[in-house]
Write a protein that binds this ligand. Structure first.
Ligand code: NAP
Length: 261
């Protein structure tokens, strides 16, 4: 529980709020005073998340597939009826799609693009009429758009697409007072990460990170809360990499040859 109340009387929408970073961000924003709407594809998972979050009448858990435009329309209608506006949107819902480029099928490609790019685009577009004058949008991208990751061809490209979207929408919505930024998580310990990385490979990944560890959903949630808050009131069109230095730094012991060698 933080003592912060930056989100008192604010309303936040978090897509993909049933697990991982979306769930942690919902918890963080509730702790900071927000009313929160979370989404997911499965009623039972939504009910479990709602129970865990224990947000009382400040929490609403809505079934909505981010890749379905009718679902998004119905979601925004529900938000309008309940709250009448949105002060923050975390377009977080996403799926992993990893494998050699040679093995990616058209169905893999379409599924990843549908959720990770089309889903984010239409979430923000359909939220727009509800966005308050000083609202903030945060999009969940990925470190994989900053470096070439073998097995990441389609996934990384969907994330590059939403970063481009971040910049364009920052320019387009900026005059309205609405800010649009993205976060690029590195290796974050979530169900998606655990599903994609065999346990015996975790140490090798950890060794790639300058900070020497895998990040937590709570650490990412803190950054999303910052970007969504007035503390980041002059931050717009940016991507904030939250990866313990994975992208920026060479990790581990590193020894240059010297004149004595
Ligand atoms: P996660 O634990 O698997 O959570 C993903 C969330 O998205 C779940 O709540 C899931 O809900 C929801 N979701 C998936 N497809 C959806 C859809 N079509 N419509 C609505 N909700 C959907 O994963 P995570 O690691 O927290 O990932 C969150 C975001 O971070 C993703 O965009 C991911 O690409 C990105 N990311 C993750 C990592 C990492 O290391 N974990 C690194 C970089 C970027 P239901 O399953 O209940 O529907």
């Amino acid at each position: 529980m933080t003592q912060n109340s930056r989100f008192n009387d604010k309303v936040a929408l978090i897509t993909g709020g049933t697990s991982g970073m979306g769930l942690a961000t919902a918890r963080r924003l509730l702790d900071e005073g927000a009313s929160v709407v979370v989404t997911g594809r499965d009623r039972a998972r939504l009910d479990a998340a709602a129970k865990e979050l224990d947000g009382g009448d400040r929490l609403l858990a809505v079934r909505a597939d981010a890749a379905s435009l009718p679902d998004l329309d119905a979601l925004m209608e529900t938000v309008r009826d309940r709250h009448g506006r949105l002060d923050a949107v975390f377009a977080n819902a996403g799926i992993g799609m990893f494998g050699p480029a040679a093995e990616m099928t058209e169905a893999d490609f379409d599924h990843a693009v549908d959720v990770n790019f089309k889903g984010v685009f239409f979430t923000v577009q359909k939220a727009l009429p509800l966005l308050a004058a000083d609202a903030a949008v945060v999009i969940n991208a990925s470190w994989t758009m900053h470096r070439g990751l073998p097995i990441g061809s389609v996934y990384s490209a969907t994330k590059a697409a939403v970063q481009s979207l971040t910049r364009t929408l920052a320019a387009e919505f900026g005059p309205k007072g609405i800010r649009v930024n993205s976060v690029s998580p590195g290796y974050i310990d979530t169900p998606m990460f655990r599903g994609a990385v065999p346990e015996d490979e975790t140490d090798a990944l950890r060794a790639q990170v300058a900070s020497g560890r895998i990040g937590t959903s709570e650490e990412l949630a803190g950054v999303v809360a910052f970007l969504a808050s007035a503390d980041a009131g002059y931050v717009n069109g940016q991507d904030l990499i939250v990866d313990g230095g994975l992208v920026a730094a060479v990790a581990g012991p590193y020894r240059l040859a010297t004149a004595q060698d």
